[in-house]
Design a protein around this ligand. Structure first.
Ligand SMILES: [Fe+2]
Length: 376
């Protein structure tokens, strides 16, 4: 057995923070010891928290397509993305890959294939810092979403699928006005109207049968399912009936409360916490935390926001402890995604750990270990 120890740390356990040390061996946490210890690497009084678990980030796609029409080498994009997520304290990342072609991306299938093969190949080659899994983000009204879902749903790294529907006038953009504000760039009013008419027709034709197909296949394949942008009681009820585990980015308190009561984990964006509001004008994540309805944070479009939000939350929400905030980026996402071997500092769990020092209000990442190996 190969082992070592980390001493003089503030250990963020599930229900308290204790000064002490950790013994690690064979990639796992072997013992937790409170009080002074003379052996091991000195953490200099910094926090040690479990490695962060990220369920929904489009950061890989942004590295692969850094500008409209520019496609980067997928392995190079994955490498750059991996360095940033690991450096932000994320040791398990579900790379979200948009599935289903649209007018902006008519050949989505070939892009999905390049990204998922890069993740599989790099995983086999063993050089990734974080563990990368795949989250298929399925756009239900897209004509070829099922074909692309089926091409990747049974890969061993695919563990999560979400069902999205960005049809104008519902969910994320509950009014046509809100939709037009977001999508009007580069289109004349006439072009925008005809684009919206096409989207409504696709929704009527495809959304319901595609949803039914994905629900059925996810259950056969053992994939965790997420609903996306739930806005109404009916959306929450549909998600509960479909056996969905996670409600991503609910847009109203009503939908979040109903989904939470129905046993779903509620996920919101960490940038929403850091900024204090949603980028598309929907509910603020901190309001959901105050209502006791927020289970999981996701870095969404800014990887470092995950750690930052976990340390900001106890300052913003009276009565919320640091261990409770940290659970929203570690244990809760692990449980919701069916990863029972990680997400907490506990004997027998993976030695996925982050050494964090607070500099003013900023949590600075000083070291990261995945399965006991230093990765950042
Ligand atoms: Fe959305």
């Amino acid at each position: 057995m190969t082992g070592f120890a980390l001493r003089n740390a503030r250990l963020v356990l599930g229900d308290r923070v204790v000064q002490g040390s950790l013994a690690l061996g064979d990639g796992m946490i072997r013992s937790i010891d409170a009080g002074p210890s003379h052996a091991g690497e000195d953490m200099e009084g910094d926090f040690l928290i479990p490695g962060l678990i990220e369920l929904h980030t489009d950061h890989l796609e942004n590295h692969y397509r850094p500008r409209p029409g520019v496609f980067w080498d997928p392995m190079a994009a994955l490498h750059a993305h991996d360095v940033q997520v690991a450096g932000s304290g994320i040791t398990t990342v579900f790379d979200s890959v948009r599935v289903g072609s649209d007018t902006d991306m008519p050949e989505m299938g070939s892009h999905v294939a390049k990204l998922t093969s890069a993740i599989a190949r790099a995983g086999e080659e063993g050089w990734l810092r974080a563990e990368h899994l795949v989250h298929l983000r399925c756009e239900l009204p897209s004509h070829d979403v099922i074909e692309q879902f089926e091409a990747h749903a049974s890969h061993k790294q695919t563990r999560l699928a979400s069902m999205m529907d960005h049809t104008p006038g519902q969910r994320q953009f509950r009014t046509l006005e809100a939709y037009k504000r977001f999508y009007s760039i580069g289109r004349t009013p006439e072009e925008l109207d005809s684009y919206i008419a096409d989207r409504l027709a696709d929704h009527a034709r495809y959304s319901a049968p595609h949803r039914a197909h994905i629900v059925q296949r996810a259950s056969e394949l053992g994939l965790a399912l997420a609903s996306h942008d739930d806005a109404t009681l009916a959306h929450a009820e549909e998600a509960i009936a479909d056996g969905v585990a996670i409600s991503e980015f609910p847009t109203t308190l009503e939908a979040a409360a109903a989904a939470h009561d129905g046993g779903l984990s509620i996920l919101m964006g960490a940038p929403n916490v850091v900024r204090g509001r949603s980028h598309s004008g929907n509910i603020a994540a901190t309001d959901l935390v105050r209502a006791g309805l927020l289970d999981i944070l996701s870095s969404d479009y800014v990887p470092f926001a995950l750690l930052q939000a976990a340390f900001v939350l106890p300052q913003q929400v009276e009565g919320l402890s640091l261990p409770e905030a940290i659970a929203k980026v570690t244990l809760n996402p692990a449980r919701a995604a069916g990863l029972g071997d990680r997400g907490e500092i506990s004997v027998g769990k993976r030695a996925d750990l982050v050494q964090v020092r607070l500099v003013g209000d900023l949590p600075v990442v000083r070291s990261v270990w995945r399965q006991g190996k230093r990765v950042s």
